[in-house]
Design a protein around this ligand. Sequence first.
Ligand code: CA
Ligand code: CA
Length: 201
Amino acid sequence: MKRMILAVVLFLSVTGICLAAENLLIDDFEVAVSGGLEGTVDFGAGNGSSVNVTAATDIKNTGKQSLKVDYDAVPGGYIYVAKGKGLDAKNTEWLVKPEDIKWEDYKAFSFYMYGTDSKARIAFDIKDNGDELWRFVVEDNFNGWKQIVCDFDKFLVRDDWQPNSSDKNAKIDFPIKIFQLEPLPASKGTLYFDTVELVKK
Ligand SMILES: [Ca+2]
Ligand SMILES: [Ca+2]
């Protein structure tokens, strides 16, 4: 009898784990944040905009910390806060390698953003396997943590800028290698990000 109960408990916990693992966590921002070529986050700004990225332990969604982004986005300026493979900074890889992900099983990116109802617009960009940049824009029109879901088919190809290496074929080529957060001008403030996942179909 004991053995049977044990088997049932084991079965239920395994099922529970499987259900909980529907989404794939690709970044939880749990490592110490550093910039530069040896950095764990690839971030910077130009043309008058500025950004500082640190880890926050007081405001977080999952784990022990989140990514805190203090920024000033001015007209004509740009900001980037990127994680993934093939960036200038060396230690920015996700928790899972892009090439090891079964992309056909997923339909969206999702992340948590801590808003302050600032009305700022934030771009969540992805770079595909052909170095093409795609954009999903979210507005900070809420307070506290909110899950933002970006369906793959809701991304628009960036028409303002593409890297020289971009295949510019207007098609999302998998594996996607990079995600990049970018507060858009004109806005200024502090945002927190956490729990970046792929959403199962
Ligand atoms: Ca976290
Ligand atoms: Ca492409």
